[in-house]
Design a protein around this ligand. Structure first.
Ligand code: MN
Length: 141
């Protein structure tokens, strides 16, 4: 398998945010697969082996913290970077996200100028086996 084909998985219930983040990431050459809730996100993560998971914390039914914990229960997803994306700005939220298994944290509102670079900081963490997420040029739209 060519890790270069591994997508970014976006778990986000808000359609406008899905659109914006997908647009930004595709502009940078990433392939993006999105899921609108935690259950679908977990299923997608298990079948796709994404290079990185962007995880909205405010999700219906199952919040992002619960989703992160569930993702980490699967051996194949144990080392996958998970970046929490949240509009909560309460002290302790970052710690809560890290405790749940997230490796990074980006606050909403999304800054289109910096978002991809912020995400890439988690992508390039040492030890995460991520040759796979390097942007590919000339891939499928
Ligand atoms: Mn949300």
């Amino acid at each position: 398998m060519t890790t270069g084909d591994r997508p970014i998985l976006l778990i986000e219930d808000n359609e406008q945010n899905r659109y914006l983040l997908t647009f930004l990431l595709e502009q940078h050459g990433y392939r993006v697969v999105s899921a609108a809730d935690g259950a679908r996100g977990i299923a997608a993560a298990r079948s796709l082996a994404p290079a990185l998971i962007l995880l909205d914390i405010q999700l219906p039914t199952m919040d992002g913290y619960a989703v992160a914990r569930a993702l980490r229960e699967h051996d194949a997803l144990r080392d996958t970077p998970i970046v929490a994306v949240t509009s909560y700005a309460m002290p302790g939220d970052r710690e809560k996200a890290l405790e749940a298994g997230c490796t990074g944290y980006i606050e909403k509102p999304i800054n289109p100028q910096t978002f991809v670079a912020e995400m890439e900081r988690s992508l390039k963490r040492p030890g995460d086996a991520l040759a796979g997420a390097s942007p590919s040029v000339g891939g499928q739209p």
